[in-house]
Design a protein around this ligand. Structure first.
Ligand code: PGA
Length: 260
């Protein structure tokens, strides 16, 4: 069975003080909550070291929201995979739609970031997803296929152990318009089918595919129970400690139900 991931993408939210309060509460709660699912948070990169320290005694993983693909060099404002190693950070988000659409990140750059992270032994949450007009025009599968194909150039079967895919339809991110469980499941099944075709059944079976886009307490169960949805990448609701804890708790119940 694939281990479920409940992850939070904080984007550019929270001051240092707010982040510290959040982790004080989450860490204290988590110590007394036995969970099988992975909890993974992507705070603003600036706070990574502090978050790693805050969660040292916990079973909570901390990742960065973005990296650059070169190891070192004159790249003002960027951070790299070897720097993650140097601070003990094992996870990174790559290709989020805000990076693609606001910062103009291309599929080729995303691929280079993925290859750099694999080279440095890091786990990657690789985001894909179609825009609203692409869905309306019936191009969802074609868009997903292109993003998968170009993002995973030169990523071999063995390298796929580092990859988790996050399906995040752009029209559902931060809009309150969640994909219905049926729409999400259909896209996830398509992605798993693609993995089967381009790698093999082992990779298709093992690779976790998360759903992201307006996941909240009220809709998470319907999504997480779907056979091809292996967790959630949560923006807005991951910023609120009570909501995030509720989703973690519900995820745990669903994971147990899926095991049966
Ligand atoms: P949202 O963001 O949950 O606020 O829609 C999800 C994401 O961008 O990963």
């Amino acid at each position: 069975m694939r281990r479920m991931i409940i992850s939070g993408n904080w984007k550019m939210y929270k001051t240092l003080e707010e982040m510290l309060v959040f982790f004080d509460e989450l860490s204290a709660w988590e110590k007394n909550f036995a969970h099988e699912n992975q909890i993974l948070i992507f705070p603003p990169n600036l706070y990574t070291i502090t978050c790693l320290e805050k969660t040292r005694e916990n079973n909570i993983d901390i990742g960065v929201q973005n990296i650059y693909f070169e190891d070192f060099g004159a790249y003002t404002g960027e951070i790299s995979a070897p720097m993650l190693t140097s601070i003990g950070c094992k996870d990174a988000l790559v290709g989020h739609s805000e990076r693609r659409h606001i910062f103009g990140e291309t599929d080729e750059e995303i691929n280079r970031k993925i290859l750099s992270l694999i080279k440095h032994d890091k786990n990657i949450v690789f985001c894909v997803g179609e825009k609203e007009n692409e869905r309306d025009d019936g191009f969802t599968e074609r868009v997903l296929e292109t993003q998968l194909q170009s993002g995973l150039v030169d990523v071999g079967e063995k390298d796929m152990q580092y990859i988790t895919i996050a399906y995040e339809p752009v029209w559902a991110i931060g809009t309150g318009k969640t994909a219905t469980p049926e729409i999400a499941q259909e896209a996830h099944a398509f992605i798993r089918g693609w993995l089967n075709e381009h790698y093999d059944s082992h990779v298709a079976h093992k690779t976790r595919i998360l759903y992201g886009g307006s996941v909240k307490v009220s809709n998470c169960e319907g999504l997480l129970i779907q056979p091809d949805i292996d967790g959630a990448l949560i923006g807005g609701a991951s910023l609120k400690i009570n909501d995030f804890i509720e989703i973690i708790k519900k995820g745990e119940v669903i994971a147990k139900r899926k095991e049966q």
